[in-house]
Design a protein around this ligand. Structure first.
Ligand code: GLY
Length: 422
C-alpha cells in the first residue's frame, strides 16, 4: 500500500511515524517532508502547495491514500483536485476548509448554528475597526481573515496594541489574508484542543490535549505555532466533551450541511473552557501541531482503518482506542523563534534522546550530507509517555537534554498548569 503525506512539519512526521507502525506498514512518500520523514519513506521534491505537481505525481505513482497535513494546500483545493482524478484523500474540500481559511466564514457558521463562541465584527476600513476596538475596550482579539501562516492573530492587551494590529493587517502586513479583519471579544478560561475525525456524517473525537501557544514560561511572550502539548487535558471532562460534541460538532456540521457542504477529514476545535462551558476560539481544518505529536503517541493500534473510514463514510468509535498513559511533547525551537532565527545548524544527540524512551518528531529539520540540520523555527517535538503526567514530563525533558545545536530554545514548563493542580 502506498500512502502520500503532504507537509513538512512535526505533525507530518508524527503522521508518518504512526502510519509506518500500522500493521499494513505502507510505503510512505512525503511532499516535501523533513529529515524525520526521510528516515521512514521517500521525501518528494514537491512543495505542499504545489497542487499541480502533487496531482501529477499521484497520476504517475498511484497512491492508495493521500493524507494532507497543513491548511494551505487544503484551502488551495488539493483535496478536490486529487478526488477529481479518482484518488482517495484524507482532508476536507476547499469549501469545507474555509472554516480555517476565513475567520469570517467560521464565525458566520458558528453564529448561524448557535455554537458557543465570542462576539465579533468584521471590517475592511481601519478607522471603523479602530473605533469599534475603542468601544469594546481591551483585551480584545484581532484576526486577519485569511491564512497568515499562524501569524495573523493578536491578543491585544491594550487598545493601542489593537489599533496597531488592525492598521498593520489592513495595510497589507499579511497580504490579501489581512484585507479584512475579524475583531473578537476576549474569552476568559483555559484553552484546550479537540481534534475530531469526520466522515461527512459521523464524528469521532480524539483524545483531548492542551497546547502552549506563548513563547515563554508562564504563558508570556509572543504567540507561536505552539511550544508544547500534553494529552489528555483533564480540563476536558466527560461533561465538557459531551457539550463539545453536541454544541460544537453536531451544530457546525448541521449548518454546513444546510449550505450543501460536506466535511471529511479532521476538524480541530480550539476551545476556551470557563466553568465547564466550552467556547470555540478557532476552527482548523487539519490536525494541530504540536497536539498531533502528543495525541498520536497515545493512539493504541492502527491508524489507517480510521483514516480510510473517513474517506469511505464508515467511521465509528470502535476504530480508535487510547493508551492510558499521558503524553507530553516539548517543542525545541531555534533561538529567536518566533522572530528571526538561524538555519543550517548541525543537530546532535538525536540517538541518545531516542534511547531515553522518547520519540523525537522532526519539524524544521533537513539533511545536509550526513548531518541533520535546523531548517525552521520549530525544529523538534520531543515526545514521551509516562505512568503519570509528571513522569511523562520528566521523560520528555530527559530526552530534550540529550539534544543540542548552536542555539536551541524550549520552554521548561510544559504542562505546568496541570502539574500544579495534581
Ligand atoms: N497548535 C496550534 C495549531 O495547530 O494551530
Amino acid at each position: 500500500m502506498k500512502v502520500l503525506v503532504v507537509g513538512n512539519g512535526g505533525r507530518e512526521h508524527a503522521l508518518c511515524w504512526k502510519l509506518k507502525n500500522d500493521s499494513r506498514a505502507p510505503e510512505l512518500f512525503c511532499a516535501p517532508g523533513n529529515a524525520g520523514t526521510a528516515a521512514l519513506g521517500t521525501n518528494l521534491d514537491l512543495g505542499a502547495t504545489d497542487v499541480a505537481g502533487i496531482v501529477s505525481w499521484a497520476k504517475a505513482n498511484q497512491p492508495d491514500l493521500t493524507v494532507i497535513g497543513p491548511e494551505a494546500p487544503l484551502c488551495a483545493g488539493l483535496s478536490d483536485e486529487l478526488e477529481a482524478e479518482g484518488f482517495r484523500v484524507f482532508g476536507p474540500s476547499r469549501t469545507a476548509a474555509e472554516l480555517e481559511g476565513s475567520k469570517q466564514f467560521a464565525k458566520e457558521i458558528m453564529k448561524a448554528a448557535g455554537v458557543p463562541t465570542s462576539g465579533y465584527a468584521v471590517f475592511t476600513d481601519a478607522e471603523e475597526a479602530c473605533e469599534y476596538a475603542r468601544e469594546r475596550g481591551a483585551p480584545i482579539v484581532i484576526k486577519a481573515d485569511g491564512l497568515a501562516a499562524g501569524k495573523g492573530v493578536t491578543v491585544a492587551e491594550t487598545v493601542m496594541e489593537a489599533e496597531i494590529a488592525i492598521r498593520d493587517a489592513l495595510a497589507g502586513a499579511f497580504g490579501d489574508a489581512g484585507s479584512r479583519v475579524v475583531i473578537e471579544d476576549f474569552l476568559v478560561g483555559e484553552e484546550a484542543s479537540i481534534l475530531a475525525l469526520i466522515d461527512g456524517e459521523h464524528v469521532v473525537m480524539l483524545a483531548s490535549s492542551q497546547d502552549h501557544k506563548r513563547a515563554y514560561e508562564g504563558d508570556t511572550g509572543p504567540n507561536t505555532g505552539g511550544m508544547g502539548a500534553y494529552s489528555p487535558a483533564p480540563i476536558v471532562t466527560d461533561a465538557v466533551l459531551e457539550k463539545v460534541r453536541t454544541e460544537v460538532y453536531d451544530r457546525t456540521l448541521a449548518e454546513l450541511k444546510k449550505r450543501g457542504i460536506t466535511y471529511k477529514g479532521v476538524l480541530y476545535a480550539g476551545l476556551m473552557i470557563d466553568n465547564g462551558q466550552p467556547s470555540v476560539v478557532e476552527f482548523n481544518c487539519r490536525f494541530g501541531d504540536p497536539e498531533t505529536q502528543a495525541v498520536l503517541s497515545r493512539w493504541d493500534g492502527d491508524i489507517l482503518p480510521a483514516l480510510e473510514a473517513c474517506v469511505d463514510g464508515t467511521l465509528s468509535e470502535d476504530l480508535i482506542s487510547w493508551k492510558s498513559e499521558p503524553s507530553v511533547c516539548i517543542v525545541m525551537s531555534a533561538g529567536g523563534y518566533p522572530g528571526d532565527y538561524a538555519k543550517g545548524d548541525v543537530i546532535s544527540g538525536l540517538d541518545q534522546a531516542a534511547a531515553e524512551d522518547a520519540i523525537v518528531f522532526h519539524a524544521g529539520t533537513a539533511l545536509d550530507g550526513d548531518n541533520i540540520v535546523t531548517a525552521g523555527g520549530r525544529v523538534l517535538g520531543v515526545t514521551a509517555l509516562g505512568s503519570d503526567l509528571q513522569t511523562a514530563v520528566d521523560n520528555a525533558y530527559a530526552a530534550v537534554k540529550k539534544i543540542s545545536w548552536k542555539d536551541p530554545f524550549y520552554r521548561k514548563d510544559i504542562a505546568h498548569r496541570e502539574l500544579k493542580r495534581s
